[in-house]
Design a protein around this ligand. Structure first.
Ligand code: RIB
Length: 307
């Protein structure tokens, strides 16, 4: 039977500019050669990655009553994602994300949350019976914090595993509200802002991750870009080496990593094997432009692994 994953998270319309040499200064206009429009948002990206690999995914999110909302819902159908709990919010824009990719493939992103800000505790209650049928709930921080805390509590009291990707970092994340998550997956910058501890070396990152384990979180996975990932829990500390490729566009690579990790973890609950595969899946995604469209299907990914 397919893994059942719920994403309580965001959707955005990605407005991607390739390849700007630099960001404009205040009052300045600069030109970039290309533009692409795509479906994004950290929550939806993670949902799509898992769905493309074959997980059964359910999405809880809100879209605006503009030209983008309907397109987002159609996009979920394209990937077989259950959108029964996707609601349109009146008089509100959909979430949008202007993204600037530089010639090295690195990106800068501005998000406007729009309708994502309207997700409420009552939306979790409305989906409760279907959420209880899920094996794992994924969350990020592009929706109200209060809903994230509530979902973590709901999942913990119903014995459902959870993964929180604290992105984008928020200054007021309350550790006592998130210490019941199963997986906590920050990058180095997010880890630094959440713990207030230095993260300039793998040793320092390990100390900061251990601090979070002491707060009660079961597994910390720190994504470190070109340095791979670090997995820390009470029993072990495992460094997962990076899978080296030449990047075309790194946008959404973290989401590809998390969505594919969720999929492979649920197959046999071997965390380190799932992390190694997720690293490869994310590397494959940065060889292509875009966010969700850069994520491989299972067949494409298996072909990539063979080659
Ligand atoms: O993580 C990448 C995503 O961040 C983009 O798709 C953009 O929409 C923002 O949410």
């Amino acid at each position: 039977m397919a893994n059942r994953i719920a994403v309580v998270g965001s959707n955005m319309v990605d407005l991607i500019t390739y390849y700007s040499e630099r960001m404009p200064r205040l009052g300045e206009t600069i030109e970039a050669p290309n533009f692409e429009l795509g479906c994004g948002g950290k929550g939806s990206n993670q949902a799509v990655a898992a769905a493309k690999l074959g997980s059964k995914v359910m999405m809880l999110t809100k879209v605006g009553d503009d030209i983008f909302g309907e397109n987002t819902v159609n996009n979920y159908s394209r990937y077989g994602i259950d959108s029964r709990y996707v609601e349109v919010v009146a008089n509100t824009s959909s979430g949008v994300a202007p993204i600037f990719v530089d010639p090295s493939g690195e990106n800068s992103i501005i998000i406007v949350k729009g309708a994502n800000n309207s997700l409420k505790r009552s939306d979790i209650d409305a989906a409760a019976e279907d959420l209880k049928k899920c094996d794992l709930i994924l969350m990020q921080l592009e929706i109200p914090l209060d809903v994230v805390y509530y979902t973590i509590g709901f999942a913990a009291s119903n014995g459902i595993e959870t993964l929180l990707n604290p992105a984008p970092a928020v200054p007021d994340l309350d550790l006592s509200e998130i210490n019941k998550v199963t997986f906590f997956v920050p990058n180095e910058t997010e880890l630094e802002s959440i713990t207030g501890m230095p993260v300039s070396s793998v040793d320092e990152i390990t100390q900061a991750a251990k601090f979070l384990v002491e707060q009660g979180i079961r597994d910390i996975i720190v994504t470190m870009g070109g340095r791979g990932a670090l997995h820390v829990n009470k029993e072990e500390m495992e460094l997962i080496p990076p899978y080296k490729v030449t990047p075309v566009d790194t946008t959404g690579a973290g989401d590809a990593f998390i969505g594919s990790f969720a999929h492979y973890y649920l197959q046999n609950k071997n965390i380190d094997t799932a992390l190694a595969t997720a690293g490869k899946y994310a590397a494959n995604s940065i060889m292509k432009k875009g966010t969700q469209i850069s994520y491989s299907t299972l067949e494409e990914f298996e072909e990539f692994c063979r080659s």
